[in-house]
Design a protein around this ligand. Structure first.
Ligand code: ME8
Length: 640
């Protein structure tokens, strides 16, 4: 039986549109799947969306949609994006799928029956953004480290999962399986966390507070905590416990996640599996964060990278290559378009593209575009170890890919590309072509180069599937999946002499950074457009007093969910209350120049008198404050 390989991405929350970070993780999983298929494993690839919980209910409310309609809308964006990025997932799971919900109930019941779930009253610090309780120790300056907001103290009766019972078991499991969590820095992080006593996990939410979730099978007054529900997707997708898929692919599973969700995957999940008597997953592969131009990607900064834009501007394979080549898996990386242009021009247009076009052009020039015959003796003499170099590159590539060290796997391929160029320089085919008696040598050299290109086309396949296929066609091969098998790539002399090759084309045209049309804005959100309002005259418009202001102070309005109280200098100091705290932390606003409607009739909001209003755009990502193209401008300047 062929070895099995099952790869998963996180199931993404449907409270935001897909961005660069989601695309990266999903491309990593796709590359890993394709690579494992090259090793002739039987593969299964799962991705999907996480659709329950408070966060989703709040996002739906903001859009004036029912949770159901809202999750359908955003989940669709993910489902439509993946084929555009050539993601080869076998399944797209949604936590609102009936089959998934049934499995969550079964597993909860199993753990409950085993005595690992108990009912208790609990008072603790709850972060509504994270939908979880925090311990004092986990807070930074008394605030949630992710949301920079102070958690609220709440008291509730809830169901708890006895994680503490399995703490020593998990430590032992990690110690005896050193690459269970990789790279090592994240394994160490989990072990460091496990040095402190593990608290039991609250796995329920009372329906009085949250209805949008999976009911606990043993108490209908509660829904399941969203993480307990979400993690089980990895099992429910395979039809646990009886389906053939489950038998085949579990526990040959590898999860891919970023560092933000290390704890649920590195601690809750293995303990949940252990408590339910289910074998533990093979590996947790954890990557770092993509920042953009060295800042955290954020809606409020407006630097969120849309993967479809990147595909449209740079081409899909250049985008995929850049992500895999530039990020050291496990560390943070900075995304910027100049680096993408440089990488594309140097590695793809120059190194790879030129090599292909050079060799194909020579084949046309010296052999009318036909793969030459090779004899045995001269071939030996003129091989100069190229076949061995190819084998070395394949071995290095295989080792690094298997360990998720993608940048090094690609470096091995590019080292071989360098060797190919050197081979051309040393054998000087143009000199061999000048003399009749070196025809046999010329045949051997061109044949070897074409073979080297065949190996390269196979090795780039997981990262750049389209380019691999284009290269195959140029080598006179019919696109065929068996072509990528590592076993085939290791066999030299696969190209059939006599095959007529198509004329060369440029694989990757050089990008001129000057001429690049970078889209500034994201693609407009799908969904119903707001109709335009009735016409007004200039006179009507001139009644609105729009002023430039600078935010001097910002703070949350106590007990208000969305309101921030701002002090804004518009030539005089005004207090303005704005409903934007879902999109902006107070600190982000201080110092910003904003546009203020200065003559709006004052209004009291949650006891605070607001004298004016900020202009902001609102879409499904939240608020985007209108500001000046070239700040600073003088406070109080009139806009016209
Ligand atoms: O956490 N750089 O969903 P989520 C790299 N629903 N990767 C990034 C990234 C960035 N800047 N931003 C996001 C959830 N990601 C849960 C998961 S799984 C059972 C439940 C990627 O939508 C990365 O993979 O917040 C990260 O772990 C994931 O998106 C978080 O996605």
């Amino acid at each position: 039986m062929r070895d099995a390989f099952y790869i998963t991405t996180p199931i993404y929350y449907v409270n935001a549109r897909p961005h660069l970070g989601h695309a990266y993780t999903t491309i990593v999983a796709d590359v890993a799947r394709r690579f494992n298929a090259m090793q002739q494993k039987q593969t299964y690839f799962l991705t999907g969306t996480d659709e329950h919980g408070d966060k989703i209910v709040r996002a739906a409310k903001k859009e004036n949609l029912s949770p159901r309609a809202y999750v359908d809308q955003i989940s669709r964006l993910y489902q439509e994006l993946w084929p555009e990025l050539k993601i080869s997932n076998d399944q797209f799971i949604r936590t609102t799928d009936a089959a998934h919900m049934a499995v969550v109930e079964q597993i909860l019941q199993k753990i409950y029956d085993n005595g690992d779930i108990y009912f208790s009253e609990y008072e603790g610090l709850y972060c509504f953004g994270c939908e979880r309780f925090y311990t004092e120790r986990e807070l930074v300056d008394g605030k949630c480290p992710d949301h920079q907001t102070e958690p609220e103290k709440i008291k509730e009766s809830n169901y708890f999962f006895k994680m503490s019972r399995y703490q020593q078991w998990l430590i032992d499991h990690i110690n005896t399986n050193p690459d269970f969590i990789r790279p090592e820095r994240y394994r160490n992080e989990v072990l460091a966390f496990l040095r402190e006593p593990l608290e039991d996990l609250c796995i329920s939410r009372p329906k009085s507070r949250l209805k949008w979730g999976i009911s606990l099978p043993f108490d209908n007054n509660y829904v399941t905590y969203v993480w307990f529900d979400a993690l089980i997707n990895y099992l429910s997708a395979l039809g646990w416990p009886d389906d053939e898929k489950y038998q085949k692919f579990w526990p040959a599973v590898q999860h891919v996640v970023a560092k933000d969700i290390l704890k649920p995957h590195g601690i809750y999940w293995p303990i949940m599996l252990k408590a339910a008597g289910i074998p533990i997953y093979n590996h947790l592969n954890v990557h770092g964060y993509w920042n953009v131009d060295d800042s955290k990607m954020s809606k409020s900064i407006g630097n969120v990278v849309d993967p479809l834009n990147m595909k449209n501007v740079f081409g899909l394979d250049a985008f995929r290559f850049f992500l895999m080549r530039d990020m050291v898996f496990g560390l943070d990386s900075s995304f910027n378009q100049q680096a993408l242009v440089q990488r594309t021009n140097a590695d793809l247009a120059n190194d790879l593209g030129n090599l292909l076009s050079r060799v194909i052009t020579m084949t046309h020039k010296y052999f009318d575009g036909v793969v030459p015959q090779v004899g045995d003796r001269v071939e030996e003499e003129f091989s100069l170890g190229l076949e061995q170099e190819a084998l070395n590159a394949i071995s290095m590539f295989e080792k690094e890919m298997a360990n998720f060290v993608f940048h090094k796997a690609l470096m091995a391929v590019w080292e071989f590309i360098g060797k190919m160029n050197k081979y051309i320089d040393v054998t000087t085919p143009w000199e061999l072509a000048k003399q009749k008696n070196t025809r046999k040598q010329l045949e051997a050299v061109i044949y070897n180069l074409l073979e080297g290109l065949r190996v390269i086309s196979g090795l780039i396949y997981p990262v750049m599937p389209d380019t691999a296929q284009k290269m195959q066609k140029h080598l006179g091969l019919e696109p065929d999946d068996t072509f990528y098998l590592l076993g085939h790539l290791r066999n030299w002399k696969q190209l059939a002499p006599g095959t007529k090759l198509p004329k060369s084309i440029s694989l990757f045209p050089r990008i001129d950074p000057e001429k690049l049309a970078m889209p500034k804005a994201q693609a407009p959100a799908k969904g119903p457009k707001t109709p335009f309002k009735p016409e007004i005259t200039l006179e009507d418009f001139s009644k609105v007093d729009l002023r430039v202001g600078t935010v001097l102070k910002a703070e949350a309005v106590p007990r208000a969910k969305k309101l921030l109280k701002l002090e804004v200098d518009v030539g005089e100091i005004r207090t303005i209350v704005a409903g934007i705290s879902n999109s902006y932390a107070p600190d982000e606003l201080v110092g910003k120049q904003v546009i203020v409607v200065a003559n709006l009739k004052p209004a009291k909001l949650m006891g605070v008198l607001s004298k004016g209003m900020l202009l902001a755009a609102v879409d499904d990502q939240g608020h985007h404050i209108a500001t000046l193209d070239k700040p600073p401008a003088r406070q109080g300047t009139i806009l016209s």
